[in-house]
Design a binder for this molecule. Structure first.
Ligand code: FAD
Length: 367
């Protein structure tokens, strides 16, 4: 008999597995994919660590999370400085003085603030949709070139038909600074992410290619408690209907050249290019290999048989999630965690934090 059956080998499941086995608990870990690591998974191809589920840059402002991760890896000094390609014109991201000086041929922050403030006056009162919300913050020029096409591709809907609430904070900086993130700690694990999960799961039994929901009877009797990091609605057989997500499709290409785009991440911000981003993986680790690997990221409408990526935390879905949460609370000895289990737009640091908080509570005073 196992103490814990852990479903999913992403950050949440793997951290809990690590903390529980450290305390002497016997854990069985199931993963429906053919590998560990969830969406953080990297695969070494042509001596390049390929982020198979999109660019993953670890960052945090929380020193304790940064320190916690150091026991599993060393981070390099990568700083995320993506660029935007709008119909062949190249601009720096996030929106900062480098972007504005190229866009308007200006030099000073005062000029940039003046232009944005004049343009944002177009929207008076409370913004009614994402388009109005974006124009109110960054003005029409920035919205038209960098937000409109990209967001419409990402969500498969016009910005006028999208609620302002789905747009995360729009970072705007009136300094010449291309660092996408504000967090003091940032980097890519040397040697890729998968090695982190190898270490976390070392003390447990791991079964790959096993979908818990298809073998529920067989596995739930094997452990005293279940930690489920798959989609919460799937656990309850979509009893109240399915929670909605956006999905993605990745196309990975090996190219016989050393350097394709000169940067790890390029956002294609026009409407016409079918993908939203291209990732050139070697640049995450300053690679000098002879070949290069580039991935195109295509937004995709989600359905039950494809991988869910981004939860759509609008009012309707949030209300549905609350109903599943009520069911979850009534379940004895089954706990839900992580991006899918909590239906939250979690960055890696959020999943780490949530897993550590849960581990502390669950394993407190045990053994
Ligand atoms: P997951 O990684 O989704 O792990 C859940 C696991 O459970 C999966 O392996 C899944 O296969 C498995 N599973 C589900 N159901 C079952 C079942 N029934 N049976 C067995 N196994 C099951 N975060 C950052 O901090 N920085 C970034 O740059 C960043 N970029 C991202 C880019 C993309 C395209 C995406 C999609 C996410 C990105 N993230 C980033 C977020 C990051 O991937 C997540 O925060 C993190 O992976 C969440 O870990 P998790 O354990 O909660 O979930």
């Amino acid at each position: 008999m196992y103490d814990y059956l852990i479903v999913g080998t992403g950050l949440f499941g793997s951290i809990f597995a690590y903390e529980a086995s450290k305390k002497g608990y016997k854990c069985l870990v199931l993963e429906r994919r053919s590998h560990i690591g969830g969406n953080c998974y990297t695969e070494n191809i042509e001596n390049i660590n390929v982020h198979k589920y999109g660019a993953h840059i670890f960052r945090t402002s929380d020193e304790s999370i940064w320190k916690y991760m150091q026991q599993f890896c060393k981070f390099n000094h990568f700083i995320n400085s993506p660029i935007a390609n709008f119909k062949g014109e190249i601009y720096n991201l996030p929106f900062n003085m480098n972007t504005f000086s190229k866009l308007w041929n200006i030099f000073s922050p005062e000029e940039a603030e003046d232009i944005i403030s004049k343009q944002s006056k177009e929207i008076q009162g409370e913004p009614k949709n994402l388009e109005e919300h974006a124009i109110k913050i960054v003005g029409r020029d920035v919205y038209e070139k960098f937000i409109k096409g990209y967001t419409e591709k990402q969500w498969g809907r016009a910005c006028k038909d999208l609620p302002a609430s789905i747009m995360r904070r729009i970072p705007v900086r009136y300094i010449y600074d291309n660092n996408y993130f504000n967090d003091p700690y940032q980097g890519i694990p040397l040697g890729g992410y998968t090695a982190i999960f190898d270490k976390m799961l070392k003390g447990c039994e791991v079964l790959l290619n096993v979908d818990f929901l298809k073998h529920r009877q067989e596995f739930q009797s094997k452990a005293k408690k279940i930690i489920f990091t798959g989609a919460i609605d799937s656990y309850f057989d979509y009893k109240y209907g399915a929670l909605e997500y956006r999905s993605l499709r990745f196309e990975h290409k090996i190219l016989d050249i050393g350097n394709y785009q000169g940067v790890a991440v390029v956002n294609y911000t026009d409407r016409e290019t079918p993908y939203t981003r291209t990732i050139e993986h070697k640049h995450f680790e300053f690679g000098t290999q002879e070949k290069t690997i580039v991935s195109e990221e295509y937004p995709l409408e989600w359905s039950k048989d494809i991988e869910p990526y981004y939860p759509i935390n609008d009012i309707k879905n949030q209300a549905l999630y609350e109903k599943y949460l009520d069911l979850a609370k009534k379940k004895k000895n089954v706990y839900f965690g992580g991006r899918l289990g909590e239906y939250r737009y979690y960055d890696m640091q959020d999943s780490v934090k949530s897993a550590l908080e849960f581990s502390k509570k669950e394993l407190r005073g045990s053994l």
